[in-house]
Write a protein that binds this ligand. Structure first.
Ligand SMILES: [Zn+2]
Length: 179
């Protein structure tokens, strides 16, 4: 089997901030090992590269958790796919994935920046201080991504990965029948 292009997007580069990161994933058959996904992402501008090979999982929903404890953790690189919901319980943040076509490839700090930017004037008069403290490494928090497509990732050994399973839509009906 020839490697097949399964993901092809132009993303914002986490290093130089330009929309010049060409992200391509290929699916190929590695014989006995099974199907593998080869990621080959490269920024045309600053030549930052992300390379990875992992087993192809048939889109299991995933929950990623990262505890952010210090300034160093703010530099960890995170990819949130268009299907990933972002949750930071300590900061009361929940960003639900909408029908966006692009994922977001950035750092933990970049995520907080985006949130502050989106909140805009809602942060006037000293509100959002918690988020600013988190961004300065003065507040610990947990970054959670729940992704039904299973393609989001956090580039850190510290992350916890949990598969989660969605209840079938008719679950509540079944419960009703039961009672
Ligand atoms: Zn770049």
């Amino acid at each position: 089997m020839e490697p097949k292009l399964i993901f092809d997007q132009r993303l914002k580069c986490p290093i130089c901030g330009m929309d010049t990161l060409l992200a391509k994933d290929y699916l190929y058959d590695a014989g006995e090992v099974g199907e593998m996904v080869l990621s080959n992402w490269e920024c045309e501008n600053c030549h930052y590269r992300y390379r990875d090979v992992k087993p192809y999982e048939h889109s299991h929903p995933k929950r990623l958790e990262l505890s952010v404890e210090n300034e160093e953790d703010l530099n960890i690189i995170v990819y949130r796919s268009p299907f990933g919901n972002l949750i930071i319980p300590e900061l009361s943040i929940e960003v639900i994935s909408k029908d966006v076509s692009q994922g977001s490839f950035t750092t933990v700090e970049g995520i907080l920046d985006e949130i502050l930017e989106n909140l805009g004037s809602l942060c006037d008069n000293g509100r959002c201080q918690d988020i600013k403290n988190a961004k300065d490494g003065k507040k610990k928090f947990t970054l959670i991504i729940e992704d039904t497509s299973g393609t989001s990732f956090i580039k850190s050994k510290k992350q916890k990965l949990l598969n989660f399973y969605l209840f079938p839509l008719n679950c509540s009906l079944l419960l009703k029948d039961y009672f």
